[in-house]
Ligand binder design. Structure first.
Ligand SMILES: [Mg+2]
Length: 325
């Protein structure tokens, strides 16, 4: 009698489809599967690289993904311009620059696009003048202060009574903008205060940076700021202006700032389908997904929306080093 192999008996490699098999049903191409001529054509098809950082170059807050900085250096030596587009404003920009430097990459401040800087630039462009209430990291607030904006100090004590709650959420401060980004010390009272400012003053701006539903921590997904932004949107009946990936408003500012004449000559490299591939496609760039971060091969099997289907896939950025002639 024929022995039927149960799924339990199959090895993971047998169960996990190869990228080549996945390509049959999806429209992306794996760079390693291209012919030498196709590789060269691909390499010649872009001049600018828009590169996400976490999950592409960095593995965690402190670790670099092996070979990734060498790959960036290689691409730069081939004449490609590199702009870093991250949703991470939780690390002070000086520390971010030192991190690059430690890995042998010379990166300048203006080459990094991140929510705190984008929001600051936006506020300047509209000549914003007023108090800002931030539900963000301290590093985020520091960027705003350095750019000359006034940020309301948050009462950080825990709330133990209704009296303390009132003191935490009701304020006479003439707040004219509420900003939400990643805040590891987020609390109900902070969200309540954000809600109060937005409800009490229809002219108060509502701006968000990173709006990721999930963020990656030690290879695991944890709740990002997205759901909390939605809470305040729902309660205040206001819509936040999203100035992190994949916000439409960020796209408009970003495209105007860099004045891309031919977006199709840009290549967006990222590890997230929802954040990076979608944003890259919204801007009209080609997209390359790396599998060294938040997206797995199994994720590529799901019913991907067209806007979240990358043009190309590669296991990790290091594979590009010395890849093209
Ligand atoms: Mg990433």
């Amino acid at each position: 009698m024929e022995h039927k192999v149960s799924s339990d008996e199959k090895s993971f490699a047998e169960l996990s489809p190869t990228l080549k098999e996945l390509q049959i049903s999806k429209s992306f191409k794996h760079l390693n599967e291209l012919t030498p001529k196709e590789k060269q054509d691909f390499f010649d098809s872009f001049d600018v690289i828009l590169c996400d950082c976490d999950g592409v170059i960095f593995q965690s807050l402190h670790d670099v993904l092996p070979g990734s900085t060498e790959a960036i250096d290689y691409l730069k030596r081939q004449g490609k311009e590199v702009i870093y587009v991250t949703n991470n404003s939780i690390i002070p920009i000086e520390a971010q620059l030192k991190k690059f430097q430690k890995c042998g990459l010379e990166v300048k401040k203006h080459e990094i696009v991140h929510p705190a800087q984008t929001i600051s630039d936006h506020l300047k462009s509209i000549q914003f003048d007023g108090l800002i209430y931030c539900v963000t990291s301290e590093a985020f607030k520091a960027v705003l202060r350095e750019e000359g904006f006034q940020v309301v100090e948050q009462c950080t004590t825990f709330v133990h009574s209704l009296e303390e709650l009132r003191a935490a959420i009701y304020s006479d401060d003439p707040v004219k903008a509420v900003i939400i980004d990643v805040d590891f010390n987020l609390s109900a009272s902070k969200l309540m205060r954000a809600h109060c400012h937005l409800k009490n003053n229809p002219d108060c701006l509502f701006i968000a940076g990173a709006a990721d539903t999930l963020i990656s921590l030690d290879g695991k997904d944890v709740i990002g700021p997205g759901p909390y932004i939605s809470v305040v949107e729902n309660t205040s009946k206001r819509k936040a202006l999203i100035l992190g990936k994949p916000g439409v408003a960020l796209r408009d500012i970003f495209m105007a700032k860099y004045n891309f004449k031919e977006p199709q000559r840009g290549l967006f490299i990222g590890d997230s389908l929802v954040t990076d591939v979608r944003f890259g496609k919204m801007c009209g760039f080609q997209t390359l997904l790396v599998l060294s971060g938040s997206t797995t091969r199994e994720d590529l099997q799901s019913n991907l929306q067209e806007m979240e289907t990358p043009d190309y896939v590669i296991d990790c950025l290091a594979d590009i080093n010395g890849y093209f002639s």
